[in-house]
Design a protein around this ligand. Structure first.
Ligand code: MN
Length: 227
């Protein structure tokens, strides 16, 4: 097949002893830890979870430097458990979800918080506050055969060695099976999809030169620098 220009390469994440995982789409969930919902000025109820997306090529590989993005003076990292799907489906029952998961990773939902705030105030789409170049740093994937089902355990974010975010995955308002089940009622999940599952409290700005270390028990730590 000839194209008008060479198509973009497939974005992949390493996956230990498995072949690299080809990333298809990135879905993110907003406000999924009660203390973070409160710090954002909202009520942590059991409203339906809401989703947004980032392009696959927003992935920044572990160990790389993230260029400070344009259009913001308030870049904030959000540490999140990332779920990698290798089986797809529509209208998936929560109890089936764990059988469709390939593995887990540590991700950062990088956010231009000042833009997000102003979009919220104007009732405009968030898109450009969340979905931009290098906005999805992600560790390699640990296949589920090594971890079992990941539903609890510490999740933390350090900036220059200082602890900013610290919580337990079990604090999620919507657990992974419910989240992915609900997402699959809105879109058909396909192999290669990643789901960023929300961040706990303690978000704050980073600047050029900062070293960010994001960890979840049992997974490869994600370490990036802002450049
Ligand atoms: Mn987030």
């Amino acid at each position: 097949m000839n194209y008008a220009f060479p198509p973009a390469p497939v974005v992949t994440l390493d996956a230990m002893s498995s072949n690299p995982f080809p990333v298809r789409r990135i879905f993110c969930v907003g406000q999924n830890y009660p203390d973070h919902v409160r710090e954002m000025g909202a009520d942590p109820g059991r409203d339906e979870p809401f989703f947004f997306m980032k392009p696959a090529d927003a992935i920044l590989q572990n160990g790389e430097t993230m260029p400070y993005p344009p259009g913001t003076n308030d870049l904030q990292p959000e540490v999140e458990l990332v779920v990698a799907m290798n089986i797809g489906g529509k209208n998936i029952a929560p109890e089936k979800v764990n059988d469709m998961i390939f593995g887990y990773a540590v991700g950062l939902d990088m956010t231009r918080r000042d833009l997000q705030k102003s979009f919220k105030e104007k009732g405009q789409p968030w898109e450009m506050s969340k979905s931009f170049d290098f906005s999805a740093p992600c560790s390699s994937i640990t296949p589920e055969m090594y971890t079992g089902v990941v539903a609890k355990g510490p999740i933390q974010l350090k900036v220059n060695g200082q602890l900013r975010q610290s919580a337990d995955l079990g604090d999620m308002i919507w657990g992974v099976p419910e989240l992915i089940s609900k997402l699959s009622h809105l879109v058909e999940i396909v192999p290669g999809d990643l789901i960023f599952t929300g961040t706990p409290a303690g978000v704050g700005p980073v600047v050029k030169g900062d070293k960010i270390e994001a960890t979840i028990a049992g997974l490869e730590p994600l370490i990036i620098e802002i450049g």
